[in-house]
Design a protein. Structure first.
Length: 98
């Protein structure tokens, strides 16, 4: 098998770099969204489990419960998205190093 030319290697490297810039980097805020959602869910869950339950729930407590439930429902989807994004990023990095 013939060795790749210098021009081919430069073209390959630039295409991989552009792909990383246009596909991976725009989803960078997904990491922060995942972190924020996880922290919010854990703090809210701890607050609900440790707080004294009153006979009546206020409107703010009801909104908080629904927000915590929404964060809990979003976590599996965000986890899958973050893991997929990280795997794609690592694959592109590995291809760039070759």
């Amino acid at each position: 098998m013939n060795k790749a030319s210098k021009r081919w290697n430069m073209l390959r490297h630039s295409v991989l770099e552009r792909t990383r810039r246009e596909v991976i980097e725009p989803f960078g805020p997904l990491y922060l969204i995942f972190l924020g959602t996880s922290v919010f869910y854990l703090i809210g869950l701890g607050r609900l489990s440790l707080a004294q339950q009153t006979a009546q729930y206020s409107v703010s407590a009801t909104i908080m419960i629904f927000a915590i439930a929404a964060a809990g429902l979003a976590l599996p989807f965000l986890t899958g998205a973050v893991l997929t994004l990280r795997a794609a990023d690592r694959k592109l990095e590995r291809l760039q190093r070759r």
